[in-house]
Design a protein around this ligand. Structure first.
Ligand SMILES: [Fe+2]
Ligand SMILES: [Fe+2]
Length: 469
């Protein structure tokens, strides 16, 4: 049986003429489909969903919108257009022509990075597996499915690299990407955050705001890679990632908006009163933010990392927007690192994880500022805030060091006593879950979230984005 690739798998990598790659993907595709049926939003397999599908890499018209059943989504393989005479922009190979094949001596390092990135894509689909059942509106249900199918496409993107550039090892890794599962006791996903369940929509919006943004920064630094196909793949993935973070930012913003309306109605900011009127009190929003932000910070790895140094030195992974820096070699420069023992001067190459994490944290502030503007305009004193990066860490120099969200050291005893003030407690999660009742009439919205300002692709907000079977 032959598959018509230009028909089933939209691509710009010449799949139709590459027999070896065809064979590899022919073998993998049915396994992907099995995985999607088993681990994806399979209870909605028969629903008609208004989705965008990547069908090209032209900045003006890279996507097509239309109604599809998710199992028939056309997961494609796209690389951003090549940059003529591109050279390596950082590290020891700075200025040399970029690689079109993986240099043998860097093979295992490159493979590990592709596998780690690839592992997060199906993981998030698994985490959100049952979320559709409690959607606050058809608009939100559609956005969830859009994120899900695109994470599926990002898996295809990484599997393409594994199949096309890493031979037999790559094919084996591609199989493993479907064998590990989020939260599985025996075969969990590689990174901790991707094993956390996402069983309510507040968590989903926090995840798409904070954790998809980690994806943005990883993809931006891999877009700098000396391995050109990796760079081009990641550059294209970034175009889709922007929508995922939009879903997160506007989702949290709409929750805050609705909460403020309720606070005005009842004339108090008392959390119990707000909850009694079916909205999510702002301190609970703050606790969820603490959880997802700190968990996402851990994804960058240790502040001091010889792995990160070697990735940078070898032209594997640069810094996001590498061209913004003066020094692209960084072999002499130092970095002042905040540690529990005071400031430590370490080599800049060893501090690359921290450089990324800092850029990420700064980017996270933008949405928080917008949410706070809403609160301020509504005339309330409450302010949301990102915690200090010392707070509630599990990885790196601050792991297990008790501190408050402002970053001040406190005793272990006080830390444990006050943690329910700072992190979502079982009762918070139970309350949030109790609000998650599905709303599926076109244009209707659950009571804990405000409607969106506008619909998708110039359609009305009350358009029937999903027709349930
Ligand atoms: Fe992704
Ligand atoms: Fe994403």
């Amino acid at each position: 049986m032959t598959i018509n690739y230009s028909e089933r798998i939209p691509n710009n990598v010449g799949l139709a003429t590459d027999r070896a790659l065809q064979r590899a993907l022919e073998h993998w595709q049915p396994r992907f489909q099995d995985w999607w049926r088993e681990m994806g939003p399979n209870d909605f397999a028969a629903a008609d969903v208004y989705l965008r599908t990547a069908t090209g890499v032209d900045a003006q018209g890279w996507a097509t919108y239309g109604t599809v059943k998710m199992p028939e989504y056309r997961w494609g393989i796209f690389l951003a257009e090549p940059v003529a005479e591109r050279t390596i922009g950082f590290g020891d190979y700075m200025g040399q022509p970029v690689w079109q094949q993986v240099p043998g001596e860097l093979r295992s390092q490159f493979r590990r990075i592709v596998v780690t990135q690839g592992d997060t894509e199906p993981a998030s689909v698994e985490q959100q597996h049952l979320l559709g059942h409690s959607c606050p509106s058809l608009y939100d249900l559609r956005n969830l499915f859009q994120v899900n199918v695109e994470e599926g496409r990002h898996l295809w993107a990484m599997v393409y690299l594994l199949h096309a550039y890493f031979g037999r090892d790559g094919r084996e890794e591609a199989e493993e990407l479907l064998a590990r599962h989020s939260g599985d006791v025996d075969k969990p996903r590689i990174l901790a955050t991707f094993n956390e369940p996402i069983s309510d929509w507040l968590s989903f919006f926090m995840f798409t705001y904070f954790t998809d943004r980690v994806g943005k920064f990883q993809l931006k630094s891999l877009a700098e890679s000396g391995l050109d196909p990796l760079s081009r793949t990641c550059r294209f993935m970034l175009t889709e990632e922007a929508h995922h973070m939009f879903v997160g930012e506007t989702g949290v913003g709409r929750i805050v908006k609705r909460t403020l309306e309720v606070m005005k109605e009842v004339g108090t900011d008392d959390p119990q009163a707000v909850r009694a009127h079916g909205a999510i009190d702002l301190p609970t929003v703050q606790r969820y933010m603490h959880f997802w932000f700190t968990s996402s910070l851990d994804l960058y790895g240790s502040e001091v990392s010889s792995n990160a140094a070697s990735s940078f030195a070898n032209g594997i992974k640069g810094r996001p927007d590498e061209s913004q820096y003066q020094d692209h070699v960084c072999s002499e420069a130092g970095y002042e690192l905040d540690t529990p023992r005071g400031n430590d001067c370490i080599s800049l190459r060893n501090a690359m994880n921290e450089v990324l994490r800092e850029a990420y944290a700064k980017d996270c502030e933008i949405g928080v500022k917008r949410w706070n503007m809403q609160i301020q305009r509504a005339g309330f004193d409450f302010r949301l805030a990102l915690p200090n990066p010392r707070f509630h860490r599990s990885i790196g120099v601050w792991a297990g060091v008790p501190s408050n969200p402002e970053g001040h050291g406190i005793s272990q005893e006080e830390y444990e006593k006050r943690l329910p003030e700072w992190m979502p407690a079982a009762a918070d999660r139970a309350f949030v879950r109790s609000l998650m009742q599905r709303v599926v009439e076109p244009g209707k919205m659950a009571g804990w979230i405000a409607p969106p300002d506008r619909g998708i692709n110039n359609l009305a907000a009350d358009y029937e984005y999903v027709r349930l079977a």
